[in-house]
Design a protein around this ligand. Structure first.
Ligand SMILES: [Zn+2]
Length: 525
């Protein structure tokens, strides 16, 4: 069990699930909880049993299906209604019956909210807090209190906001989490309020939303001011601009402030956990996410590459392996020999000085024409294979291709492609139909090759980006196409450039298929 002196409290399954477009089934929630437990968080808030049938089911299934190693489950719910006893309130009963060892009660701490939203008196609100906390404590559960709208409440009526904290602590709440519910605070003003709250007898925690882009900074400022309980969500999920990103908070506190929050080896697995959770939530991972994003340690090398080769720590704030990430080199038009060599090494190739020079020349020449290898690792690797050791063998050679686009009577537009190619000593002619010319070409290539390479069935084009690059003096504008493809074990991107968009697409497509075959272990003939 985690050390109780400092709490890492995750609310992905409750507050994070408020994010637009994010929908979690009960099975999804159980999976996310397992990932978070693996990371070593202390508490996982599972939802609001009684108010939401899915959450009631989550707590029921969690009892038999979740075998948590580090974390304790917390059930979220409100203080009792005005004018009834906590013991008689059915929603409080649902919290009691959830089986969760911890209950986190949300309570109003802003006087205006008590009067306008809750429509009761300030005194009755305090009684609701006192009664609900002490009732649940007496029934054997640990109680935390989320003081909703605390910071705005403190501005409106500081004495009352502090009275809410005192009342909860005296009734037996272990922690009062101060919530910046509207997310409008900045670190300096927030820290002052946390100091005032921490001066009461209560143990205080912090719950921040990212509406000012300061959720993580606010959380760190609160910790400095005395908070010993931090709340946040995986990958910063949450409504509006999201909640404090719990991964960033944990990495910052542990790696920069010396806190011992999660096991070292769990922290070193954080990048994988962050991505595994995106698989469940089906939210595209943010490649720029601090610590765990794909680009978090990606360097546009150029001038710096030779220094990075000598000492990578000169160019990164931590060793990426501490959070399970990797340093990555981007091959850009500032490419020098050092960055190409580094990138080659990253891909597992040893380049001779002659290879490097040739490759750099080739990259520069292509980048001058509008190619970009920063976002097209697969194209770079194919170029590298063409250069090293006398070039690569081909899986197929294209003789020609043709596409027609037809607008049929009635308005349907269809495309038909014919591809002629040579593979494994055969000449193959194949056609494909699609909703657009590139789709038709893709289908025709697959028809042509699928007999020889059945693994192509697993290859999928997942993204297609077109960019028009301005022509320089006397030349025409050119088109750059980036294609992202995937198979069951990962994805890769390829690039094509031409004045003609279909030729540019064809180049990217040809490489996408070739690279897919290399990944499948086909070396070419
Ligand atoms: Zn919240």
């Amino acid at each position: 069990m985690a050390d109780d002196r400092f709490h890492v409290y995750d609310t992905t399954l409750r507050d994070g699930a408020q994010q637009e477009g994010l929908n979690l089934t009960v099975a999804d929630k159980l999976t996310v909880a397992r990932h978070l437990d693996g990371l070593g968080v202390g508490f996982i808030e599972g939802g609001w049993p009684g108010a939401n049938p899915k959450d009631t089911e989550f707590f029921r299934r969690a009892r038999t299906e979740l075998d948590l190693k580090h974390a304790q489950l917390a059930a979220f719910g409100a203080t009792r209604r005005a004018g009834v006893k906590a013991a008689d309130d059915p929603l409080v009963a649902a919290l009691r019956e959830s089986g969760a060892p911890v209950v986190t009660l949300v309570a109003k701490s802003h006087d205006r909210h008590v009067e306008l939203a809750l429509r009761t008196t300030l005194t009755e609100n305090l009684a609701m807090i006192r009664d609900t906390v002490s009732h649940l404590r007496a029934e054997g559960q640990r109680v935390f209190l989320d003081a909703e709208h605390f910071f705005d409440g403190y501005k409106s009526n500081p004495a009352y906001a502090l009275e809410v904290i005192r009342t909860a602590a005296e009734a037996g709440a272990d922690v009062v989490a101060l919530c910046d519910t509207n997310g409008g605070m900045l670190p300096d003003e927030l820290a002052e309020v946390v100091l005032a709250a921490a001066a009461t007898s209560a143990r205080v925690g912090i719950h921040c939303h990212d509406d000012t882009g300061c959720a993580v900074a606010n959380t760190l400022a609160a910790v400095k001011a005395g908070a010993t309980h931090v709340q946040g969500c995986a990958n910063g999920y949450g409504e509006r601009s999201g909640n404090a990103n719990l991964f960033t908070v944990v990495a910052n506190l542990q790696l920069k402030r010396g806190f011992d929050l999660v096991p070292r080896e769990a922290l070193a697995d954080m990048t994988r956990v962050a991505h595994a959770i995106t698989e469940v939530t089906n939210v595209t991972p943010n490649s720029h996410q601090p610590y765990v994003g794909v680009s978090a340690f990606a360097h546009k090398a150029g001038l710096h590459a030779s220094a990075i080769k000598v000492d990578p720590n000169l160019y990164q704030h931590i060793d990426p392996s501490e959070v399970g990430n990797d340093m990555r080199m981007l091959v850009s038009d500032m490419a020098g020999r050092a960055s190409v060599e580094l990138k080659g090494r990253e891909l597992g190739y040893t380049l001779t000085p002659q290879d490097s020079r040739e490759l750099v020349d080739r990259v520069k020449e292509l980048e001058a024409k509008g190619y970009t290898f920063e976002a097209a690792d697969a194209s770079f690797e194919l170029l590298l294979r063409d250069t090293v050791g006398g070039g690569r063998r081909r899986h197929f050679e294209v003789e020609s291709w043709r596409v027609i686009v037809e607008r049929r009577p009635g308005g349907d537009v269809v495309s038909e492609a014919t591809v002629k190619l040579h593979a494994k000593g055969e000449r193959i002619v194949a056609t494909g139909e699609g909703n657009g010319p590139v789709n038709a070409l893709d289908k025709a290539v697959r028809v042509a090759l699928e007999q020889l390479y059945p693994e192509l069935a697993r290859l999928e084009l997942t993204d297609f980006k077109v960019r028009i690059l301005e022509g320089t003096h006397g030349t025409h504008a050119i088109t750059r196409v980036l294609i992202t493809s995937s198979d069951d074990s990962g994805e890769w991107s390829t690039v094509g450039v031409d004045e003609n968009i279909i030729e540019a697409s064809w180049q990217a497509l040809d490489q996408a298929v070739t690279y897919g075959l290399l990944r499948a272990g086909r070396d070419g003939d």
